[in-house]
Design a protein around this ligand. Structure first.
Ligand code: SAH
Ligand code: SF4
Ligand code: F3S
Length: 450
């Protein structure tokens, strides 16, 4: 592009909320927009278009976006030609209501409609509002090469599937993301190889339930399951690290664990959301497994992959949750010894099975108290998990300069723990063996060994 063209190009600013899948989607959006002459900017003040990629998983995730729309309104006051678009899960859930509520919103686009962005922007340019929230049974954006918006050039996400078929009773995802579909494995390999050639060292394969990845060729003669896909990606190079998320306890197979054991570049970490430690609650959540089943999966991980870290998601205060049920969650956490956890209060989501059939009947103060107990327990488990690493040596992939000191680098070990150590002559993208000498609540501290 020559300079005159660059000056004429419209500038796009994307802000992303929600899960890793939204981060990956923003990169697809950037790619669609770039192909149509837009330039991505990191400076909101020079933007001609602001797109906010949104999350609906909990009420407070949506609140944050409403707050941002008020900020964009102020920017638009000074710059009336600015276009504001809401994309992603909240766009899908609220549709035209977003435009009715907030007049500054010009554009509403759901997660399966990003290819239509340029067309919709033309409509906006002609002075109308534009909306496309059609969900698709096939869209995987397989042929779109995402524009990487990450800063480090070392780790990247690749979406391997979209949507979800599970219908957990509390969850909005199937409503805003549609049914599950697996992406063509060849397109995944091409994307991973391309990243590797560009110097990326770590790839995270993404899906709401990666264990149910199941691609079938059109003539139905060929199928690829998750364990096979994992192996195909791992074979690209032993110096390319592979991670994946999220595993679902009901579908996580030993085969996947054995594949992990076979390739040292598949990281020793499984994120296995339990949600609750009580079978009774899990049944109401329609999670498809019991406490015993979950523990069996944990035992399989510990047996097949003795050095594997395990993290989880816990949701507290779901409909009907008793003190006894809550204690079951605490005891499961202590039994598993999670390395880290994401912990939430149940938030009722419109349209879900739970919203229609189950009362949100745990009082707010009880939810809060249970959540603090869960957070406190996890705090001590996380500390225990870090202390157990003192004296150990890990291979760390360097991701950047430590925020606290420019003489320190940070990276992660295979178990996904952050490790900080003196920079010396090492640089971003290096694999460095580090001996752990100390730890804080959030990081391991060590020194490089030759
Ligand atoms: N597909 C993943 C989870 C995706 S959502 C899985 O099934 O494990 C990420 C996390 O948000 C969930 O694991 C759950 O802990 C939490 N979550 C989902 N719906 C929620 C709700 N209605 N209220 C509170 N937390 C919720
Ligand atoms: Fe939601 Fe359940 Fe699907 Fe996860 S598996 S995205 S919690 S419906
Ligand atoms: Fe949120 Fe949508 Fe992800 S609801 S958690 S951004 S799939």
């Amino acid at each position: 592009m020559d300079n005159t063209k660059l000056e004429l190009s419209q500038k796009l600013y994307i802000e992303t909320y929600g899960c890793q899948m939204n981060v990956a989607d923003s990169e697809v959006v950037a790619s669609v927009m770039k192909d149509n002459g837009y330039i991505v900017t990191e400076d909101i003040n020079e933007a001609d278009i602001i797109l906010v990629n949104t999350c609906s998983i909990r009420e407070n995730a949506e609140q944050r976006v409403w707050g941002r729309l008020d900020v964009f309104k102020q920017i638009k006051k000074k710059k009336p030609e600015l276009t504001v678009g809401v994309i992603g899960c909240m766009a899908e859930r609220l549709k035209e209501k977003l435009i009715e509520e907030k007049k500054i919103v010009d554009l509403v686009v759901g997660p399966d409609a990003y290819r239509s962005l340029p067309e919709l922007l033309e409509t906006v340019e002609s002075g109308q509002k534009a909306i496309n929230v059609i969900l698709s049974k096939e869209e995987t954006y397989a042929d779109i090469s995402p524009v990487r918006l990450d800063k480090n050039g070392i780790s990247a996400f690749i979406s391997i599937m979209r949507g979800c078929n599970n219908m957990c009773s509390y969850c909005i995802v199937p409503y805003v993301r549609g049914g599950e579909r697996s992406r063509n494995p060849e397109s995944i390999i091409v994307e991973a190889e391309d990243l590797y050639k560009k110097g990326y060292k770590e790839i995270t394969l993404l899906g709401q339930n990666v264990d149910s990845y199941n691609w079938e060729s059109e003539d139905k003669n060929k199928t690829v399951m998750f364990a096979q896909l994992l192996e195909m990606v791992a074979k690209i190079s032993p110096t390319l690290r592979i991670r994946f998320s999220t595993s679902h306890p009901k579908d996580m197979s030993d085969e996947v664990l054995y594949t992990m054991a076979m390739y040292s570049n598949i990281c020793n970490h499984v994120h296995l959301p339990a949600q609750s430690g009580s079978t009774e609650v899990l049944e109401k959540m329609k999670r498809g497994y019991s406490r015993e089943w979950y523990i069996d999966r944990i035992n399989a991980i510990k047996k097949i992959l003795p050095n594997c870290a395990v993290s989880t998601d816990i949701m507290t205060g779901f409909s009907g949750e008793t003190e006894e049920n809550h204690k079951d969650t605490l005891s499961l956490m202590s039994l598993v010894n999670y390395d880290y956890a994401f912990m939430f209060k149940y938030s009722e989501r419109p349209k879900t099975y739970a919203a229609r059939h189950l009362k949100d009947d745990v009082a707010e103060e009880i939810k809060s108290r249970r959540l603090s107990e869960i957070i406190e327990l996890q705090g001590s488990l996380s500390e225990k998990s870090k202390k157990a690493d003192l004296g150990k040596v890990f291979e760390v992939l360097v991701e950047g300069i430590s925020k606290k000191s420019k003489d320190q680098l940070f990276g992660r070990n295979s178990q996904n723990k952050v490790v900080v150590f003196p920079k010396q002559d090492y640089k971003i993208g290096d694999y460095v063996f580090v001996e752990v000498t100390d730890c804080t609540s959030a990081t391991l501290i060590g020194k490089a060994i030759d």
